[in-house]
Write a protein that binds this ligand. Structure first.
Ligand code: NDP
Ligand code: 2IT
Length: 443
């Protein structure tokens, strides 16, 4: 395959994601000629369109600031383009292509009618005032609104974009279009947001892990020591569900460092620090002076201190490539039984390979973190029918969806002779559904 227009440095992360999928699905491509005949792979790895725009806004000192905004509409064979927006200084076209590509297969695995997309900006929300966030979101939507719609493309949150940002984006969309549409998901409840959308990715990750451990005949999580990285939306709700089922979560981390609390972390305090004060985990030490806090500068060479802590199950929930070969070796040496990816592609290819060869129960992101986008689709459903589902109803459907994804992935792996390999199972099952839709709709 040729990628003549590719910016190789930016695209390397996209190639990493693509390479894994191509490797996994090669037995399917060899066994059924229709996928080659319809050039599905060639068509699937190129986005339908990449929208790139300037975002100009005024900071609190009335100084003009300029950022770049993007929306990568990757594939809509199964439904409207669907996927989050990321606001982080590391955002570029390559990162969004990797995330959009993964989103196609993830959304396909949910069995729901949603295509794949991703967007965002290199805007850094850190240290910005509420008004600056609002002004940035308004400026971003001034351009984005032209390309989205409840049947066209429905963005949501991701790193740096939570319900505050979605609220401002929704407000601006409504102002420009005069239309009260379900054009974004993860909206505040008062604008038609679904109950449990904030919790969905983390809760879904735990439901998937429970189903996987049961299927693989391993001990359940109750009473087990678990390690989590990150301290944002996904990490916090993963910790919350793990604690609710009686697991002991001893770590979390942010971009400045990690904390290890062997008694089990105090989630109420973490929520206060990270969600209310938007502070750093170091502030945990102001309450618990004896806790182990390790700044990023003191992490092991090429690794992350969270993964040096012995655990039964590990949950990387911060960002891509945060769990390296060094980390995988540490986890395996310390007797870790299960690794579930809450973040998108947090394990490097070498780490993934080590988990698979060492028969660790390994839940890849596109299957394990699909609970967020699944509840986003539930939100679209509720908006379209003007209904409000109860917390219990959303929770029940989320649990059912995650259990079904786990079953489908495990069964596909078995069918293709790689029993227990959830990476290949997820890639084949996700690819198959979207590829069959592409064949059915013609070119
Ligand atoms: P948040 O912005 O809420 O939290 C991100 C967390 O990860 C923060 O603790 C942040 O630290 C840390 N982090 C981010 N980037 C880095 C980095 N480069 N190095 C170290 N730490 C970092 O994002 P989410 O929790 O929503 O997203 C986390 C992951 O989960 C991402 O990979 C995202 O794509 C994925 N995901 C999110 C879903 C959702 O519904 N939100 C759904 C499915 C997947 P700090 O606080 O210091 O910034
Ligand atoms: O990576 C993801 O699945 C998300 N950020 C959530 C996407 C969504 O549309 O809810």
């Amino acid at each position: 395959m040729k990628f003549e227009n590719s910016n190789c440095a930016e695209d390397s992360i996209f190639f990493q994601a693509m390479e894994e999928v191509i490797y996994s699905i090669s037995p399917l491509l060899e066994s059924d000629p229709k996928y080659k005949r319809y050039a599905i792979l060639e068509r699937l790895v190129v986005p339908d369109r990449v929208i790139k725009f300037q975002v100009t806004w005024l900071d609190d000192n009335n100084k003009i600031q300029v950022n770049t905004g993007y929306r990568v509409q990757f594939n809509n064979a199964l439904g409207p383009y669907k996927g989050g927006l990321r606001f982080h200084p590391t955002v570029n076209e390559g990162v969004l292509k990797f995330l959009g590509f993964e989103q196609i297969l993830k959304n396909s695995l949910t069995g729901l009618p949603i295509g794949g997309a991703k967007g965002g900006s290199d805007f850094n929300p850190k240290g910005k005032s509420d008004f600056e966030i609002m002004k940035f979101c308004s400026a971003f939507m001034t351009e984005l609104h032209k390309y989205i719609g409840p049947r066209i493309d429905v963005p949501a949150g991701d790193i740096g974009v939570g319900s505050r940002e979605i609220g401002y984006l929704f407000g601006e969309y409504k102002k420009i279009t005069s239309s009260y549409d379900g054009v974004l998901t993860g909206k505040p409840y008062m604008f038609g947001g679904s109950l449990m959308r904030p919790e969905a990715t983390g809760y879904g990750l735990v439901y998937f892990t429970q189903a996987m451990l049961e299927h693989e005949k391993k001990d359940p999580l109750t009473g087990k020591v678990c390690t989590v990285s990150g301290a944002g939306n996904v990490a916090i709700h993963t910790i919350e569900k793990l604690q609710e089922i009686g697991a002991i979560v001893v770590t979390c981390s942010d971009s400045e460092g990690m904390l290890y609390d062997s008694r089990g972390v105090d989630l109420k305090l973490i929520k206060e620090i990270k969600l209310e004060r938007r502070g750093t985990l170091k502030e945990y030490l102001e309450v618990y002076k004896d806790v182990n806090y390790i700044p990023v500068a003191d992490y092991p060479d090429g690794g992350h201190s969270v993964w040096t802590i012995p655990c039964y199950a590990a949950f990387p929930c911060a960002t891509q490539n945060e769990l390296t070969e060094v980390d995988a070796k540490n986890l395996i040496a310390n007797g870790c039984v299960s690794v579930s990816e809450g973040a998108n592609m947090p394990s490097t290819p070498k780490a993934t390979e080590l988990f698979l060869t060492n028969k660790i129960c390994f839940a890849p992101a596109k299957a394990a973190n699909a609970g967020g986008v699944a509840v986003s689709e539930f939100e679209m459903s509720q908006n379209a029918s003007m209904q409000k589902w109860s917390f219990d109803m959303v929770d029940e459907r989320l649990k059912e969806t995650m259990t079904q994804i786990c079953k489908r992935v495990a069964l596909t792996a078995k069918d293709y002779g790689v029993e227990g390999n959830y990476v290949d199972g997820a890639n084949i099952a996700g690819f198959k559904r979207v590829a069959d839709a592409m064949i059915t709709e013609g070119i």
